[in-house]
Design a protein around this ligand. Sequence first.
Ligand code: FMN
Length: 168
Amino acid sequence: MRALVVYYSETGNTAKVAQALFDKLKTKEKQIKEIDDVSSLDGVDLIFCGFPVIEHSVPIKMQKFLKNIPAGAKIALFSTHGSFTDGLKSSTAFENAMTLASAAKVLGTIGFRGKVRQTLLDELEKHPIHKSWVEEAFSAGNHPNQSDLEDAANFGNVILNKFKSGLF
Ligand SMILES: Cc1cc2nc3c(=O)[nH]c(=O)nc-3n(C[C@H](O)[C@H](O)[C@H](O)COP(=O)(O)O)c2cc1C
């Protein structure tokens, strides 16, 4: 089976998670690619798609990628975000991603916190309406950490086993 890890990353958090997932993925035929480097999905059996949550949703490049995933393809989604894990704000992005990739079979999703660019926090801090989100996002400052990277690696292999089970 051939697995592909595709990611989009602006400040490196999603790239780090993608690399950790890829490095420990227990299959010989695997590739990792930045989203701009993916020219074809021919012959790929399982696609891991990683992106940062931007404005509660999926970045444009990943939106386009997900929309074009061939019908019946098996995929798994991972994201990084400043918000708390499993909060409403970060899960909305997965819902949107699944709608975009509705032709595919989604085997699983996982979100990790990721340090938010300081310039964005500085900008938002000027507006009282964003105060609570800025505080929430500020606490993501040391992520993704080692434990996140181990979780990413485990997630990759859980999905791989799910794929191999043939039940999905
Ligand atoms: C313009 C912008 C918008 C963002 N919007 C959100 C958001 O809506 N929710 C959230 O949890 N994090 C948001 N973030 C934080 C990023 O998702 C987070 O820092 C992520 O880990 C960045 O990943 P990257 O380093 O791979 O680009 C935003 C960051 C930027 C720069």
